[in-house]
Design a binder for this molecule. Structure first.
Ligand SMILES: NC(=O)c1ccc[n+]([C@@H]2O[C@H](COP(=O)([O-])OP(=O)(O)OC[C@H]3O[C@@H](n4cnc5c(N)ncnc54)[C@H](OP(=O)(O)O)[C@@H]3O)[C@@H](O)[C@H]2O)c1
Length: 380
């Protein structure tokens, strides 16, 4: 029986890997909807290659371009933010949530409300609205499968029946491109340098997040949300080779790790097949080419965002929303050459310094607070 799938954010880095994984499975999957923001050419090409039912472009100025690119096909075309949400609502057995940032929140929630399976790469909504995202998944009986390689690794070695015996979740981190650079030289880091990740090929925002290690900060909060685990049990260990994607230590001293190549096809294939195992079209690990596996502590002077995640979890949801919103704005400004690399930290920490205790009791409260924070961040 074919399974119906939808890819939200199909033109992005995770989206393209998802397309590759689905294509490698032959006729087993039928594509319902695929979505993008601006990239009409790739979206149309993917829609044709996947024989998708519909293609949706969030930025509605591109509606005519998409319509023209898909003329002569039976593929439905729609545009606008609401159309992306409607794409997420099309009945599907498996939905990949791979939109970037908080822009993915509404489509993610629409996908969750279907009550099927949502593969979640889009970590920002989990960070900013985790309790509401997880509660909705529970309410609608949706299976959430983590796509971040670290969280997918934890998911694979996490024994829910032995949750009380978990002593540590060890999130590994590559350390990014500036692991060995002296802090004194951080002031002159350019976007081009920050985008050159040593192990992973990813979208621009997450590449900068990896360079500042904000990505690991977001992942600490993401892990807390997904696995409902005491933050004190979540540790970060720098592992420059990115072979061990994360580990769980149990009370009997056993540490279970998941390993693989630095290729998002592995976690995506894992989630697409779950609970079965499909064949990845991606890279496989060759142990004869790995000389050593190194592990080291995080240098908190160079990468203060890691500690910031624990502080935010302690102080409350409003701090998680603020950290994420300020970071999204700061990274965009850095990529646009408007601020320096070190200003990312400055902007985020200044924003957090202004945060007052605030109860966020609903998803709506989170969305409003996220907009408020964005209006206060001066990233020009
Ligand atoms: N890349 C990785 O290896 C990786 C690994 C783990 C987790 N993640 C997480 O996965 C998410 C996606 O990352 P990525 O690296 O794949 O990002 P990306 O390459 O920038 O792709 C983002 C996707 O979202 C679409 N998009 C962007 N803004 C949108 C908006 N306002 N409305 C609707 N769609 C929008 C983009 O469309 P256009 O192409 O038209 O702009 C694209 O399809 C992030 O949350 C990231 O943290 C990524």
């Amino acid at each position: 029986m074919t399974r119906k799938v939808t890819i939200l954010g199909s033109t992005g880095s995770v989206g393209q890997s998802t397309v590759k994984v689905i294509q490698a499975q032959g006729e087993a999957f039928e594509v319902q909807a695929i979505t993008a923001n601006n990239n009409v050419a790739l979206l149309a090409q993917q829609a044709i290659a996947l024989n998708a039912k519909c293609a949706v472009i969030a930025n509605d100025v591109y509606y005519d371009d998409l319509k023209q690119a898909l003329s002569g096909t039976n593929i439905g075309v729609a545009a606008g933010r609401q159309a992306v949400v409607e794409a997420a609502e099309m009945p599907a057995d498996w939905i990949m949530a791979a939109i970037l940032g908080m822009a993915g929140m509404e489509p993610l929630m629409a996908a969750i409300k279907q009550g099927s399976t949502v593969a979640i790469a889009n970590k920002e909504p989990l960070v900013a609205a985790g309790p509401f995202v997880m509660a909705a998944a529970q309410e609608y009986g949706t299976t959430l499968l983590p796509i971040d390689s670290e969280h997918n690794a934890i998911f694979q070695v996490f024994e829910p029946e032995n949750k009380d015996s978990i002593e540590r979740i060890i999130l590994t981190a590559s350390g990014g491109p500036f692991r060995e650079m002296a802090l004194e030289d951080f002031g002159s880091i350019t976007p081009e340098q920050a985008l050159a990740h040593p192990n992973w090929s990813m979208g621009d925002k997450i590449s900068v997040d990896s360079a500042t290690m904000m990505n690991k900060a977001l992942e600490i909060i993401e892990a807390q949300r997904l696995f409902d685990i005491d933050p004190e049990k979540i540790e970060v260990l720098v592992h420059p080779q990115s072979i061990v994607h994360s580990m769980v230590e149990y009370s009997d001293g056993s540490i279970l790790a998941q390993m693989g190549a630095s290729d998002m096809c592995t976690p995506i294939t894992n989630a697409l097949g779950y609970p079965k195992r499909l064949k990845t079209p991606g890279e496989k690990l060759d142990f004869t080419k790995i000389r050593q596996l190194d592990f080291e502590e995080v240098d908190h002077k160079k990468f203060p965002f890691v500690q910031m995640a624990y502080d935010c979890l302690k102080s409350g949801l409003q701090s998680c929303v603020a950290m994420n919103a300020a970071n999204e704005m700061a990274v965009q400004a850095f990529l646009g050459h408007k601020i320096a690399f070190l200003d990312i930290y400055k902007l985020v920490s200044q924003t957090l310094d202004r945060v007052q205790p605030k109860a966020l009791n609903s998803l709506n409260d989170v969305v409003e607070y996220d907009s408020f924070i964005r209006s206060t961040v001066d990233s020009q």
